[in-house]
Design a protein around this ligand. Structure first.
Ligand code: HEC
Length: 199
C-alpha cells in the first residue's frame, strides 16, 4: 500500500506540470501555461467613452474581450539591430519589407500622429525636428536626427519601420511596445511631417 502511494507520489512529482497541465486543459479548456502576459504599456480594458486612451493601441476590441495582439505580418522575418545594415536602406532582411498600409489614408495618418505624439515626440519633437523636444536640451546631438529633414526623407519606409522596431544606437527599441500596424502608421505620419517641412 505504502509502496503504491510512494509510486503514485513519485509519478506525480516526476511527471508533474506538463502532463498535469495537459490533463487540466482537457477539463478546463486552458491551463496556467497558456496564459498570456500583458505588456506594461497595455491597457487590458477598453478605454471609457470620451476618455484619452493610455495604452499603445493594444486595448481589446470590446468589453469582455481579450486583446489578442496584432499580427506581426507573416511576410516579416525576425531581425535585430545588426540587420539594419546601410543607413536609410537597411540590410537584406529589411529591404524586402513593403508598407502594407495606405500612406495617404486619413485614418492611418491620424493613428500615426496619435502614436508619434505619445512615443516619439519626447525625443524627436512635434515637428520631427528634435530641437523643440525636452530631451534635446539634454542631448545636444539630437537635433542632428531630424526626422522631417531631407536625410530621413530619403530613407525607405522599411528602414524607418525597422528603426522603430529594433532601435539604433541611443534610440531604444519600440518593437515590444508598438504593434506592427502602428509602426507603419507612424512611418506614414513621419512622411507627412517631411512633406509639411517641404522635404
Ligand atoms: C528616447 C529618445 C527617443 C525616442 C522616444 C525615439 N527616438 Fe528616434 N532616435 C533617437 C536617437 C538618440 C537617435 C539617433 C540614433 C543613433 O545614434 O543611431 C534616433 C534616430 C532615429 C531615426 C534615424 C535618424 C537618422 O538620421 O538616421 C529615426 C528614423 C527615428 N529615430 C525615428 C523614431 C520614431 C518614429 C520614434 C517613435 C516611435 C522615435 N524615433 C522615438 C532617440 C529617440
Amino acid at each position: 500500500m505504502r509502496k503504491a502511494a510512494l509510486c503514485a507520489l513519485a509519478l506525480l512529482t516526476l511527471g508533474a506540470c506538463k502532463p498535469m497541465d495537459d490533463a487540466l486543459v482537457l477539463v478546463f479548456g486552458r491551463s496556467m501555461r497558456d496564459q498570456r502576459s500583458f505588456d506594461p504599456y497595455e491597457n487590458t480594458h477598453p478605454a471609457p467613452v470620451g476618455s484619452v486612451a493610455f495604452a499603445y493601441g493594444n486595448a481589446p476590441a470590446a468589453e469582455g474581450e481579450f486583446n489578442v495582439g496584432q499580427p506581426e505580418g507573416v511576410d516579416i522575418p525576425p531581425f535585430t539591430q545588426l540587420d539594419l545594415g546601410v543607413p536609410g536602406v537597411g540590410g537584406p532582411a529589411i529591404q524586402g519589407m513593403v508598407n502594407p498600409t495606405n500612406p495617404t489614408d486619413p485614418e492611418s495618418l491620424a493613428r500615426g500622429e496619435e502614436m508619434y505624439m505619445r512615443v516619439c515626440v519626447v525625443c524627436h519633437g512635434p515637428a520631427g525636428v528634435g530641437t523643440g523636444a525636452y530631451i534635446a536640451a539634454l542631448h545636444p546631438v539630437l537635433p542632428a536626427y531630424n526626422l522631417s529633414g531631407p536625410q530621413v526623407a530619403a530613407y525607405s519606409d522599411a528602414y524607418i519601420y525597422a528603426m522603430i522596431r529594433v532601435g539604433r544606437g541611443l534610440m531604444p527599441e519600440y518593437g515590444s511596445r508598438i504593434s506592427h500596424f502602428d509602426r507603419w502608421h507612424i512611418v506614414n505620419y513621419v512622411r507627412q511631417l517631411q512633406q509639411r517641412a517641404g522635404n
